[in-house]
Ligand binder design. Structure first.
Ligand code: AMP
Ligand code: MG
Length: 269
């Protein structure tokens, strides 16, 4: 699968209003074949993570962003369902605590970045500090405006120090969000997921889309690129992300450490 069309290169002119969230055309198969393919990719990702964990050289950071109900939790569950939980961590960033708010916005983020041999998945991230903070006017423009540069510098520093960064924006349509939020309301088991702020955020759909558009244009860099994932179809979303990660992580050329001695043919008495 040629996934490069979803990669945002620096300087690309992005208009999220024109991105089709239903798109799935570069895949020739259907949902059934995709699910089978995702299973195989899950195993490939497991193999890569095993080597990464053993080698203790690379640090891998994977960022998930998207509107409410865009499928961040589902994608994380389905893409990483075969990896070894040792060495893989999910950090979820909700509204900052008082303690966090009294520091700079990157303080709590830096604290969770991967160590050598670790894969860390961000479910929301420092990007909220130029998304909800901007749209709900939680800070003055003068403050959040400077943050794109701070974010690029921070990510560049992480990359220079050996972190590989991949960022996924899950793109759903306004209609699809309505369906998903409604289905949460219709299913009492999902009521725990409902946050009254989701409805407040939904009213500002256009403002969020504009804020996302700016984020992607200003912070897709060679060292930490964004991928725009059409996410109305869950199977396509998972297939794309799995494909991209397996392709990208294979290019890191990770290897098992060399053995402490030559054990070939050794028989234990
Ligand atoms: P959820 O991911 O559904 O658990 O929701 C977490 C909520 O925390 C979302 O509404 C986010 O927008 C909000 N959130 C995350 N980071 C920040 C931040 N830096 N400032 C304000 N709200 C945030
Ligand atoms: Mg919300």
């Amino acid at each position: 699968m040629k996934t490069s069309k979803y990669l945002v290169k620096p300087g690309d002119n992005i208009d999220l209003n024109k991105v089709d969230a239903d798109e799935h055309h570069i895949y020739k198969g259907d949902k059934e074949t995709a699910l089978a393919e995702i299973k195989l990719l899950n195993l490939e990702l497991d193999k890569l993570q095993k080597v990464q964990h053993a080698e203790k050289k690379h640090k891998i950071l994977i960022v998930f962003q998207g509107m409410d109900a865009s499928g961040k939790d589902g994608a994380i569950r389905n893409v990483f369902n075969s990896v070894n939980p040792s060495g893989v961590y999910v950090a979820h960033f909700g509204a900052p605590s008082r303690d966090e708010l009294s520091r700079d916005f990157l303080w709590r983020i830096h604290n969770k970045v991967p160590a050598k041999g670790e894969m860390v998945i961000f479910n929301r991230s420092h990007y909220e500090d130029v998304l909800i903070v901007r749209v709900q006017k939680l800070m003055p423009k003068l403050v959040w405006q400077n943050r794109y540069k701070h974010i690029n510098d921070f990510e560049q520093m992480l990359a220079n120090e050996g972190t590989s960064i991949y960022k996924f924006y899950l793109h759903i349509s306004n209609d699809e969000q309505r369906r998903r939020l409604q289905s949460r309301i219709n299913n009492p088991d999902k009521h725990w997921k409902i946050d009254p702020n989701d409805f407040k955020d939904r009213e500002k759909w256009g403002d969020y889309l504009e804020a996302y558009n700016d984020v992607i244009i200003k912070t897709s860099t060679n060292w930490a690129p964004w991928y725009i994932i059409p996410a109305n179809k869950k199977w396509y979303r998972d297939l794309l992300i799995s494909n991209i990660l397996v392709t990208e992580l294979s290019q890191l050329k990770m290897k098992y450490p060399s053995p402490k001695a030559d054990y070939t043919g050794m028989v234990i008495k």
